[in-house]
Unconditional design. Structure first.
Length: 582
């Protein structure tokens, strides 16, 4: 078995020194090994999964690194304080990685905490099912089903919530009774009781006392953080497929690979219609690395609406485009002998690409009149609008008493579908007197936690998303929103940070290619098949689809330049996932 863990929780009356016999035997037959027992909690991990035993008690399952990139393989490398809360804070402040930290209480042997790494670009997820203090936490739901501890059942209340609030990432999953311990959160188990606390929060890095003094300080810190993560991972990966979009974000990841010993292959995608051909820019990065660019056309037959899905994916986010991209990248990696993928996913978010006046409003509120006026100028240059329009939008943002960060979408749903209260990601419960730009970028950061689930190729090879790791996120959050815009450019700090290594044509880009035209063409070609899938499907049978509205939409003309058709792709994504759960 590949990297995996399973934590059995046997309740307050569980054995104190041995794992439950039946599941333990089965887990060992599946290649899992007992690594530790803390009261009623038994921790198993596969032989491929590191499990570091702490001298003070506790186990770190997965990969842990210092801020110099040194892998932590022995407890002697850690200088942990005595109390359990202080230990967790020490790990969060001084280390990073892809891990689960299981720690018994320092004063109470009946208390155990499980903390998940804040790096949500990493692959070791944590899903759980607990009832009356009994159940499990695991990286792979298939382990629970094979043990007979869980039987798959779709949570249609969750499906309805996803349809209405498509951008809200929550701890719920599409499987009934299965929740996710979100990145940076800790579960505390005590005498059968379960409590979730937030040990790491992005809000701790956006306060005025945390801000960088200027752009150059920010650029230096952000470059150091990205180079640290890439260099650390390269030391463990034999051969890399760099997924190039042609934009700034993946190019920055490529720049960090330049002076490493990694064997790199560069891959990109083209489409039969204009809009996504990034070969001109991808070839610049490939040349910088001294390799050829492998370009593959994404054909219309590559995208599917009815396809098999790994049973370990408990969140329905793989649509036709993600399916096609995943297959092509997997084939490219196979053809070139790559053992891991490197991606610039999340760059728009961590590099604060906000498209409204929030950065200027933030500048006025925190940095004063002079900085605020300069931010208005930068935004007017970037958006190519008048200074007065940028100022008017900034004023509106300043006097706006409340701004909703998430979308409510009731299109193609029956009119009688109730509107549930939104279930918010814990990061959306923000402190008092926060800035609008910080609220928006932290909401968008929470939504990037969908990215990992949309890339099943990460189940067979390491999928590296360095821009969504703890060191990079923390470094980028400390740069205020207005500092990311300068002289008509967005993501200005990232451009400054890598200005000495990136090709000038990439540094000067304000945008990159999109798949919108491809998806529009795909929609027109495949609409009949999508209708067949949806009109005789699970969403329809559970009253989560307005069949007449869908038919009417399909018969109408698509508005020029619009992307309302993507709602149909989302419906197909959920429909296909539901059908695969039986």
């Amino acid at each position: 078995m590949d990297r995996a863990y399973f934590i059995l929780v046997n309740g307050k009356d569980g054995p104190q020194d041995l794992a439950p016999a039946g599941p333990s035997i089965t887990l060992q037959a599946l290649g899992m090994h007992l690594r530790a027992v803390f009261g009623a909690v038994s921790i198993f991990a596969s032989s491929e999964t590191p499990a570091l035993q702490l001298s003070e008690g506790g186990v770190i399952v997965g990969d842990l690194y210092s801020h110099s990139g040194e892998p932590i393989r022995h407890a002697s490398q850690l200088a942990c304080p005595p109390s359990d809360i202080a230990v967790r804070r020490h790990i969060l402040a001084n280390y990073w990685g892809d891990y689960i930290f299981v720690l018994p209480g320092a004063d109470d042997p009946n208390e155990v905490s499980v903390m998940r790494s804040p790096s949500h670009g990493c692959g070791l997820q944590c899903i759980y099912s607990l009832r009356n203090g009994k159940g499990f936490l695991t990286s792979n739901i298939s382990l629970a089903t094979r043990l007979g501890l869980y039987h798959r059942h779709v949570d249609f209340d969750y499906i309805a919530h996803r349809l209405i609030y498509p951008e809200l990432k929550t701890s719920r999953t599409g499987q009934a009774g299965i929740s996710e311990l979100l990145p940076g959160c800790t579960m505390r188990l005590h005498n059968g009781n379960v409590r979730i606390v937030q040990d790491w929060s992005p809000w701790n890095f956006v306060g005025a006392e945390k801000r960088y003094a200027d752009q150059r300080e920010a650029a230096s810190a952000i470059r150091s953080a990205i180079e640290l993560v890439v260099r650390t991972w390269v030391d463990h990966d034999e051969s890399i497929l760099l997924e190039l979009s042609g934009g700034l974000d993946s190019s920055i990841v490529g720049a960090c690979l330049k002076h490493t010993q990694a064997k790199v292959t560069c891959g990109t995608l083209t489409t039969p219609v204009p809009g996504a051909d990034e070969r001109e820019y991808g070839e610049l990065v490939a040349a910088m690395l001294g390799v050829e660019l492998s370009a593959t056309e994404l054909g219309y037959d590559d995208a599917a609406f009815d396809f098999s899905i790994s049973p370990d994916l408990v969140t329905p986010v793989i649509g036709p485009l993600q399916y096609a991209v995943d297959r092509i990248m997997n084939a490219t990696a196979e053809r070139n002998g790559a053992t891991s993928y490197f991606s610039g996913a999340g760059g728009d978010t961590v590099f604060c690409y906000l498209t409204n006046a929030a950065p200027a409003a933030d500048a006025f509120r925190e940095a004063g009149l002079s900085t605020g006026m300069r931010a208005i100028r930068d935004l007017s240059m970037f958006h190519q609008c008048t200074y007065w329009k940028a100022g008017r939008l900034t004023l509106r943002k300043l006097i706006q008493s409340k701004d909703s960060q998430y979308v409510v979408d009731r299109s193609l749903l029956p009119s009688r579908t109730p509107l549930p209260a939104p279930e918010l990601h814990p990061w959306l419960y923000h402190p008092i007197k926060t800035l609008p730009g910080d609220r928006q970028r932290i909401f968008e950061l929470s939504a990037t936690q969908f990215f990992r689930d949309s890339c099943p190729r990460g189940l067979t090879r390491r999928l590296r998303m360095p821009l969504l790791t703890q060191p990079v996120i923390e470094a980028c959050l400390r740069a205020p929103s207005w500092m990311w815009f300068s002289d008509g450019q967005n993501r200005a700090i990232a451009r400054l940070a890598f200005s000495d290594v990136l090709p000038p044509k990439i540094l000067a880009r304000k945008s990159k290619g999109t798949f919108t035209a491809y998806l529009g063409a795909l929609y027109r070609r495949k609409m009949d098949k999508m209708l067949d899938l949806l009109l005789d499907g699970e969403l329809q049978s559970h009253n989560l689809l307005d069949a007449d509205a869908l038919r009417q939409f399909a018969e109408g003309e698509l508005p020029r330049g619009g992307n309302s058709f993507t709602r149909v792709f989302q419906l197909c994504t959920l429909e296909n996932w539901i059908r695969r759960q039986s």
